[in-house]
Design a protein around this ligand. Structure first.
Ligand SMILES: *Cc1c(COP(=O)(O)O)cnc(C)c1O
Length: 467
């Protein structure tokens, strides 16, 4: 009979034996016995899997139990510490969707702390001593900054688009250009949102060209709304055209149908001054005839996750009366950050107080200085590492300014001890994690998105990883 090499699972102790140990009891005293039992099961399952993969491995019993207790401690630690944590973004993508989009500046952070850890007048009118509304808080600032009759804030821009369509077009048709039937990262698809809103989609024009006459022909007595969507993260170039907002708005007005523009990013700064092709300013869209605009609070605006709807009083009022408005309402902490961010724009302190704006405007010369300083500090640090300061490009990201770059300076790292992918992975798993770019045989760190206050930490991390 052939010898089987099935693993000897009898070597794995029973769950109860570990749960009853003093080590596990200590962890249970800091949480609960069922939780520790759950962790023990996980640890033993992992062990069983390991054994199945290498059945010939010999584990002396005492050593095995020691290993189990160590894994149990690690497992406990990984649950008892928050998994959401700071990372150093050295990718050069300023608005990185996977890395939390816009970081918050000092003034907004102080406001966030104050509101988070105290009671607040969130829905209380202090002058009158009566119930108030949370969304008037940022509304007033938005109306001033955007020079529009009404604005309100909801949970995010996807919610804003949904709420607009559901409030103004449910049961009717929405005209939209084929060239704007887009999907934005995070599976936000215009056609899907539209369907769920209860409105019917009516595409007009073609992917590259849509004329005013296409919209005109698309109108019927069922048309409730015309939606324009900013293409955000891509650019169709070459043989393309679409009508200007002004002519489209005149057509919509003649049919008494609102024109809504989903701007995506909501850029309130003049990017042209930063030599970047401009993004449409919400104020301009409104003055050119859009009845409503909507945009995100945490893309180019540089604030918190929120969706801003601004424009005509009548339409904003209808949206506010939709019962779904309550379901999609903005959280108070997001509101605290948003209000503080808007005040920075109002008082022209956006560059000093909004990190996203500051990062966009950081001069390449300043980045060059930092890169060469860091490169010289790092080259003496360890023998296996080669560090150079090299020129490169950063991007704004977050569904804005596609195919446009900001000149930057990078640290180009190579290690004689490990591959570029190995180095990238060590950085990613360091504390705090450093997210870098890979360039085939080297790792690139873009200093534009690294806070200068983290430069010293970066040196420290690079000094100790993999050692
Ligand atoms: C990003 C984006 C959205 C979604 O905004 P969130 O704030 O992420 O919900 C919707 N429309 C456009 C055009 C966008 O760029």
């Amino acid at each position: 009979m052939a010898r089987t090499s099935s693993p000897d699972y009898r070597r794995i102790p029973a769950v109860d034996r570990i749960v009853d140990s003093p080590e596990a009891a200590e962890l249970a005293s800091r949480s609960s016995r069922p939780f520790v039992t759950f962790l023990v099961r996980r640890v033993l399952d992992n062990l069983r899997r390991e054994l199945a993969e290498s059945p010939e491995k010999e584990w002396p019993a005492p050593d095995l139990e020691k290993r189990i207790h160590e894994s149990l401690k690690q497992e406990f630690h990984s649950w008892a510490c928050p998994s959401l944590k700071k990372v150093i973004n050295a990718t050069g993508v300023i608005l990185h969707t996977n890395l939390g989009r816009a970081p918050v500046g000092d003034a907004a952070r102080r406001q966030l702390e104050e509101v988070a850890s105290n009671y607040s007048n969130l829905e209380f009118d202090l002058a009158r001593g009566s119930r108030g509304k949370r969304d008037v808080i940022a509304g007033r600032l938005l109306e001033t900054i955007l020079d529009c009759p009404r604005a309100l804030v909801v949970n995010n821009n996807a919610a804003a688009v949904f709420l607009i369509l559901n409030s103004l077009a449910e049961g009717g048709e929405v005209l939209i250009s084929r060239g704007e039937m887009i999907e934005i990262g995070d599976s936000f698809r215009v056609p899907d949102i539209l369907r769920k809103s209860g409105a019917r989609l009516k595409e007009v024009g073609t992917t590259n060209k849509t004329h005013l006459s296409d919209y005109r022909q698309g109108f019927s007595e069922k048309t409730r709304l015309v939606l324009r969507v900013h293409p955000s993260n891509f650019k169709i170039s070459g043989f393309t055209s679409k009508p200007g907002l002004e002519e489209l708005s005149a057509l919509c007005a003649s049919r008494s149908v609102p024109l809504v523009e989903d701007l995506g990013s909501g850029c309130l700064i003049d990017l042209e001054a930063d030599r970047i092709e401009p993004e449409p300013h919400p104020r301009e869209s409104l003055s050119q005839g859009a009845d409503l605009v909507c945009f995100s609070g945490d893309k180019l605006l540089g604030g918190s996750q929120a969706g801003i709807i601004a424009g005509s009083s009548r339409h904003v009022q209808r949206i506010r009366q939709n019962p779904l408005f309550r379901a999609l309402r903005v959280d108070k902490l997001a509101l605290a950050v948003l209000e503080s961010t808007l005040i920075a724009y109002l008082t022209r302190r956006e560059e000093s107080e909004i990190p996203v704006v500051r990062m966009i405007r950081t001069d390449a010369g300043r980045l060059r200085e930092r890169a060469s300083q860091l490169a010289s500090r790092l080259s003496g640090l360890r023998t296996d590492l080669t560090v150079e300061a090299v020129e490169g490009v950063s991007v704004i990201g977050g569904g804005s300014t596609p195919s446009q770059n900001l000149p930057t300076w990078l640290l180009r790292l190579r290690s004689s001890a490990t591959s570029a992918t190995g180095l990238e992975s060590l950085l990613r798993q360091s504390d705090p994690p450093v997210l870098a770019r890979l360039d085939r045989e080297a790792v690139l760190l873009d200093l534009r998105t690294v806070f200068p206050a983290d430069d010293a930490r970066l040196v420290d991390i690079l000094g100790r990883i993999g050692q």
